[in-house]
Design a protein around this ligand. Structure first.
Ligand SMILES: NC(=O)c1ccc[n+]([C@@H]2O[C@H](COP(=O)([O-])OP(=O)(O)OC[C@H]3O[C@@H](n4cnc5c(N)ncnc54)[C@H](OP(=O)(O)O)[C@@H]3O)[C@@H](O)[C@H]2O)c1
Length: 261
């Protein structure tokens, strides 16, 4: 099968590197020439990557087409292309609905939205999909955890949750800086915090929803340090602010979806 990337930007590169480095993917991968440095680098690094300097030629040759341009570039890019009914068009563009993509890419009737995250480059992280598509789930499972829903409103919950990334890194950086502010060498502090967050995150994967709810409770000793810290943060509204922040992002995504119908 030939897959093609319309738009060779940061996230397309992460997917391609993940496929070639982490999953041993051998199939042909076509990429558009822009951004030329990135597309040339990918073709240089992986023999199965071919740079195509014409978007229509890429679509013509690809069975699956990944749409990796910025949301504001989607209309112009798709309007200039001709699809076939049996092609799969996988849109990575944030906030652009399935109906919009379908209207811009007739007669292609297999349109799927996907939210890969940058760690896909290392074969890690969730890839949200809508609607469910078994072959595409299998494809992304090579380099991440594919999670599908068929309801596009629910898909916005993945979009909102994907906004946690900067806050998560900021939390680790803040804890590391706090340790350094008390006199610890920052490399020692970072070695500790990154190992701690890594281990805690690893423990949560594949837990059932019920087990996940119990994890916090299970690591608290009555009167202990974890209990004290959790209570103090809860009293300052840490989880309320987390839920409020997510609500605000969801509202924004829903408003974009409403305005684009
Ligand atoms: N980055 C992420 O973590 C992430 C995660 C999930 C989803 N997404 C979505 O993925 C899409 C791409 O994001 P990105 O961060 O990868 O953006 P990006 O790095 O800016 O990539 C966009 C690419 O599209 C190219 N492009 C623009 N117009 C084109 C055209 N007419 N023909 C061919 N290529 C064209 C750009 O080339 P030039 O550089 O020459 O303009 C650039 O290589 C966005 O819609 C975003 O919402 C991103």
């Amino acid at each position: 099968m030939i897959i093609g990337f319309l738009g060779t930007g940061a996230i397309s590169e992460a997917i391609i590197r993940g496929l070639c480095e982490e999953s041993g993917y051998q199939g042909p991968i076509l990429v558009t020439q822009r951004s030329v440095e990135r597309s040339s680098r990918l073709a240089h690094d992986y023999p199965q990557v071919e740079v195509i300097d014409n978007n229509n030629a890429l679509v013509e040759r690809s069975e699956w087409v990944f749409l990796g341009v910025l949301p504001e570039q989607v209309t112009e890019v798709l309007n200039a292309l001709t699809f076939r009914p049996e092609q799969k068009l996988i849109s990575l563009a944030a906030g652009i609905s399935l109906a919009q993509i379908q209207a811009l890419a007739p007669p292609c009737d297999q349109v799927i939205r996907a939210i890969p995250m940058p760690p896909i480059e290392f074969g890690l992280g969730p890839v949200a999909l809508c609607p469910t598509d078994t072959p595409l789930e299998a494809f992304f499972s090579r380099i991440g955890t594919a999670v599908s829903v068929s309801d596009e409103q629910q898909f916005n919950l993945f979009g909102a949750t994907s906004a946690l990334m900067a806050d998560y890194f900021d939390q680790i950086a803040t804890v590391t800086t706090w340790m350094a502010s008390h006199g610890m060498d920052s490399s020692t502090a970072a070695r500790y915090t990154t190992a701690l967050y890594h281990a805690l995150s690893a423990l949560t994967t594949k837990q059932s929803p019920d087990a996940l709810q119990m994890m916090s409770e299970q690591c608290q000793t009555p009167g202990g340090l974890n209990e004290q810290f959790l209570i103090e943060r809860a009293e300052r509204g840490a989880n309320d602010s987390l839920r409020d922040g997510l609500d605000q992002i969801l509202t924004r995504l829903e408003s974009v979806a409403r305005n684009s119908r």
